[in-house]
Design a protein around this ligand. Structure first.
Ligand SMILES: CC(C)(COP(=O)(O)OP(=O)(O)OC[C@H]1O[C@@H](n2cnc3c(N)ncnc32)[C@H](O)[C@@H]1OP(=O)(O)O)[C@@H](O)C(=O)NCCC(=O)NCCS
Length: 174
């Protein structure tokens, strides 16, 4: 059972995204057919299925840096997150194309530990849509922090996040 849906309505993408797509017109047709950004449904899904979650991680390219072969660990990640937002296409089967997973106190801060959009639906506003939905659900009192993958830095800058020079981190060992 999915949570309450919120319709996307992010409208047409800007020139920069279209230019990217027009370098590969085949992919433009395929992607737009797959994911009309005005027909993306955003929802909170605290009980997201682990196999669907894994599929989007793999399709986004994040699978290389996430424990996709350790189902128990993926399930623990989902079970203990308290903000699991999804983006699904509004068509038969409601296929999942994007996920944001966060840990928050709903009062002061939220750490977004995963944002992933399937490659076939990237560049259509879904990553921004998920972050907008996180901000909407958390409200104005809650700060959002995250650690970007190197290739995604431009995305976070583009959506208006501030880059911090004073964030700290203990690496996990496995
Ligand atoms: C990074 C990611 C989440 C972005 O989601 P997306 O749906 O493709 O991005 P959007 O379409 O919402 O992009 C919003 C804007 O950011 C820009 N943008 C998107 N990805 C970008 C990137 N990697 N670098 C620079 N700008 C980027 C878009 O062109 C768009 O700009 P516009 O406002 O001018 O149209 C997605 O590409 C992804 O899942 N990548 C692989 C996994 C990953 O790196 N996740 C982040 C983990 S920290």
């Amino acid at each position: 059972m999915h949570g309450a849906w919120a319709n996307g309505g992010h409208g047409l993408r800007t020139d920069r995204t279209l230019q990217k797509r027009l370098r590969n017109p085949g992919r433009l047709v395929q992607s737009v057919a797959m994911a009309d950004p005005s027909k993306v449904l955003y929802a909170s899904e605290p009980r997201l299925d682990v196999a669907e979650f894994r599929r989007v991680l793999v399709e986004s390219g994040l699978g290389e840096t996430r424990p996709i072969d350790d189902e128990a660990r993926l399930k623990t990640m989902l079970d203990h997150a308290n903000l699991v937002l999804t983006a699904r296409l509004d068509r038969e089967g409601k296929p999942l194309v994007g996920v944001a997973r966060g840990v928050t106190d709903f009062s002061w801060v939220c750490y977004i530990s995963k944002l992933a959009v399937s490659a076939s639906a990237q560049g259509l506003g879904i990553g921004k849509g998920l972050m907008d939905e996180a901000r909407r659900q958390l409200g104005p009192s809650v700060a959002i922090s995250l650690i970007s993958m190197p290739d995604a830095v431009g995305f976070y800058e583009r959506i208006g996040m501030t880059r911090m020079s004073d964030a700290f981190w203990f690496s996990r060992k496995r």
